[in-house]
Write a protein that binds this ligand. Structure first.
Ligand code: FAD
Length: 540
């Protein structure tokens, strides 16, 4: 079918492809700086993987991301997201693990209360926790500044190289030799080995595991998995608390609704149901985009919020990119290892061992992973294409905290599931979707036996659904695995980590760029800053 081409009357300063939270963040900053900015989103709603959607009549869920932990405080403040309707309440406990023997272990906002919990199980581990938690917080502070700035420019030479060296050195001012060794061991070591070295109780180790390795490839004994311990101690929330975990009132879509409102207030236009078919390149630079409906939109700058594989392999003609770069993009590890099951229930889950006297919000989350060994075996099955019989499931009964999500008598529970393969060894995900849903429910039933019989509606999002519905290539929730060789100056690929691309005038602003995935707003913020700098220096 040939689509007749129409040309949008206006030339924009910047067109942002994709209205995920990073695209909206970038658009808001660009519009705030006075650029005529247009966001084009393929779905009928903005938000990407940060949305609230109706999954049954009157029942709304955070269908993909479900907890706000690393949303940058600077982005919240700069874009005045609170004024635009964003309200978060700390998860307290931030984590609760029920064990098969009926015991539960919680991680509270108040460290003293967490220590009290650990003391019940192992006084030695409680002491270790106090010592290590402070050390981890200190180490996380060295990494924190890198979140909201471009990664080190390893190509810079001469004066620029010297400036870059000084910048990186200033971030590590005061670091001791022992701390450098610890940082390197967190970047390269495994979480399992770290926990085995330091803790004696399997339950305490499992609590620490349950806070980590989300959405990434690798079990707890995979090298590099210890890094999650530091990532989760970066500050978040409006008050910049280290280790913040937040429920978002109205679901995660309230974050992107606030961002879209901020972007519009600064003058950005946002169009939904507007899939981009191609990024137009002419005279060696990006010139705008062509929509699937045939509309051409001209722009000085194109900013892609779409993951790097989809951007470079799907939206650009291959001859516009160097061969070596294309090879590197092909090689980005994606094949997302997780899924999501969203449920509407007729009664609240009754978790065995949930302490009496807990309030509804204290009962709002629980993580089902009985041990490190279990998690490791689960990953082993998934990495060779199988669907584990029993899964690691992170449950949030969001309606316990936010009654706007469901009418009386209904409860909304979201379940993040790992590990599952993107590529199945047997069958297809269309054939196995129900099997996954059944296995998740069977796993939950071991801890909350009333759940299966109270299911009113169930939505199962396999990796292929995350790809089809949310546009996440290979179902990867972070636009590329968060492994060391795909982080910092190697994200999305070595040599192109500073939001620019080999096509002048084309930038990336999504989770596939530094510092990576999660609802942080950091890539969008950093990309906008880079673009504005380049425009000032006429280098864009
Ligand atoms: C199941 C799941 C659970 C998660 N849980 C959490 C969590 O609890 N906490 C957390 O912090 N993070 C979580 N994450 C990760 C986090 O949601 C993502 O890393 C983050 O939202 C990515 O944001 P983004 O703006 O970079 O990209 P996206 O949100 O992927 O946005 C990209 C946008 O581009 C659009 N698009 C794609 N192609 C085109 C095109 N051709 N034309 C126009 N538009 C296009 C897409 O529709 C999408 O809206 C989760 C993700 C998933 C999927």
């Amino acid at each position: 079918m040939t689509v007749s081409q129409s040309v949008s009357a206006r030339t924009y300063d910047a067109v942002v492809v994709g209205g995920g939270h990073n695209g909206l963040t970038a658009a808001a900053y660009l519009a705030r700086a006075g650029l005529a900015t247009l966001v084009l989103e393929r779905r009928e709603i903005v938000g990407g993987a940060c949305v609230t959607e109706e999954i049954a009549p009157g029942c709304r869920a955070s269908t993909t991301s479900y907890i706000a932990s690393m949303l940058r405080p600077e982005v919240i403040r700069d874009l005045e997201l609170a004024r635009h309707g964003l309200r978060m309440v700390p998860c307290d406990p931030a984590l609760l693990v029920p064990f098969p023997d009926g015991q539960t272990l919680a991680w509270w906002c108040d460290p003293a209360r967490t220590v009290g919990e650990l003391e019940r199980i192992s006084p030695a581990d409680a002491r270790t926790f106090v010592r290590l938690h402070e050390e981890l917080k200190r180490l996380a502070r060295y990494l924190q500044p890198f979140f909201l700035e471009a990664p080190p420019d390893v190509e810079a030479r001469g004066l620029a190289g010297l400036r870059e060296t000084l910048r990186v050195r200033s971030r590590f001012r005061g670091i001791s030799g022992a701390e450098i060794a610890r940082l390197v061991s967190f970047l390269t070591g495994s979480l399992g080995d770290f926990l085995d070295r330091n803790y004696e109780s399997e339950k305490v180790k499992t609590l620490l595991l349950a806070n980590n390795v989300y959405g990434k490839h690798g079990g707890p004994y995979t090298p590099g998995s210890a890094l999650g311990l530091l990532f989760h101690l970066l500050s978040g929330g409006e008050q910049a608390q280290q280790g913040f975990y937040g429920h978002v009132i109205g679901g995660m879509g309230a974050i992107t609704a606030a961002m879209a409102s901020a972007a519009r207030e600064h003058g950005a236009q946002i169009r939904t149901s507007a899939p981009v078919a191609r990024i137009e390149v002419g005279g060696g630079r990006a010139r705008g985009v062509l929509l699937e409906d045939g509309t051409a939109v001209a722009a000085r700058i194109v900013v892609s919020n779409v993951d790097p594989k989809r951007t470079f392999l799907g939206l650009l003609e291959p001859e516009t990119l160097p061969e070596e770069f294309l090879r590197a993009v092909h090689g980005i590890k994606m094949d997302g290892p997780c899924a999501k099951v969203n449920l509407v229930l007729s009664e609240e889950p009754r978790v065995t061992g949930m302490p009496r006297g807990f309030t509804a919000s204290q009962r709002a989350l629980f993580t089902l992973v009985p041990s490190l060994r279990f998690a490791e075996e689960c990953y082993d099955i998934a990495k060779s294409g199988g669907i584990p019989e029993k899964l690691w499931v992170d449950c949030v009964v969001a309606s316990n905290v936010d009654e706007t999500l469901a009418p009386a008598g209904r409860h909304v529970m979201t379940c993040f599931v790992q590990y599952v393969p993107y590529r199945l060894k047997w069958g297809t995900w269309d054939d196995r979707r129900d099997l996954l849903g059944d296995r998740v429910l069977r796993t939950i039933a071991e801890y909350a036996p009333n759940v299966p019989s109270s299911v009113v509606a169930r939505q199962v999002l396999t990796p292929i659904d995350l790809e089809r519905i949310y546009g996440l290539t290979e179902g990867n929730i972070f636009h590329g695995d968060l492994c060391l060789e795909q982080l910092f100056f190697m994200r999305p690929v070595a040599g192109w980590a500073r939001y620019r691309t080999p096509v002048p005038g084309l930038y990336l602003c999504g989770a596939g760029t530094h510092p990576g995935g999660g609802v942080t707003g950091a890539p969008g913020h950093n990309a906008a800053r880079q673009i504005l700098r380049d425009l000032r220096r006429r280098a864009a």
